[in-house]
Design a protein around this ligand. Sequence first.
Ligand SMILES: N[C@@H](CCC(=O)N[C@@H](CSS)C(=O)NCC(=O)O)C(=O)O
Ligand SMILES: [Fe+2]
Length: 249
Amino acid sequence: MHRAVPGSQLVFRQLFDQTSCTYTYLIGDRESGDAAIIDPVLSHTDRDLELLEEVFKKPNLRYAVNTHVHADHLTATGRMKKRIPDLESVLGAAGNEAAKADVKVAEGNALSIGRFSLTFLHTPGHTQGCHTLVLKDDADRQLAFTGDTLLIRGCGRTDFQGGSSDELYDSVQQKIFTLDEDTILLPAHDYRGRTMSTVCEEKRYNPRLSKDKATFKSIMANLNLQYPKQIDRALPFNMLCGLHEVPGE
Ligand SMILES: N[C@@H](CCC(=O)N[C@@H](CSS)C(=O)NCC(=O)O)C(=O)O
Ligand SMILES: [Fe+2]
C-alpha cells in the first residue's frame, strides 16, 4: 500500500456526495487501524465502509463525527453504527445540548485516533453547535476540518439553526484565522469543485471573511439563498446523530 506522504502514518481520504456537495473525510492511523469518519452521508455508507476495509489492514472505525447537525443531507452515522457495533457517534458539546450523540466533546478537548488526535474548537455562527476539528499529523502538517463555518472563499449561511453572522465572524477571526497560516482547511461543502484551502489563502482571498465585521454582516444579510431542499427531514434525523432506527433497515 502506498503512503500519501512518505513516512506519515496518517491515512487521509476526501470523499464527495454530488447531491449535496458534501465532503466526508476518512482519517486514521495506518499502523493501529484506528480511524474516524467526519460528516458521512447516508447514501454513501457502502462506499465509505468499503474504502475503510481497503485502506487499513486492521480497520477499527471508532468514531463517526458530525461537525454540526446538517440541514442538507442525512447523516450515515446510524447506518454505520448498525454495521459496526462499537462505533460511537460524536458531536461537539457546546451548542448541541438538544441533540443526541454517544459522545459529546467539550471545547479544547480531543478524541484519540491511534497516534493522532482531533481537537474540538467551538465555532458557532452557521449553527450554534458548529465545531472545527484540528489534527496535527506526523509530517508537520496541521489540518482543520471546518464544517460549514468556513468554506473555500465563502462561509456557511447564518439564517437558520440559531445562526448568527456576528458569531460566525468572531469564530473565524478568533479560532480559525489564528491557527498557523499553513494549516490546511477542509470544508464540509464546496459547490464549485474546490477541495481544500489554507488559513493564509482564506485570510487574503475570502470575499466575505477578509472584510470588516459590518461589511461581512451586510453581505450575510443579503445572500437570499433558498432553504436546503432536505431541511425538514434532515434536521430531526440528524439531531439524533445515529441513535435512531434508520428507515427501511
Ligand atoms: N441548495 C442546497 C443548499 C445550499 C446551502 O444552503 N448550503 C449551505 C451549507 S449546507 S447547511 C450554506 O451554508 N451555503 C452557504 C453559501 O454561501 O452557499 C440544498 O438544497 O441542499
Ligand atoms: Fe450546514
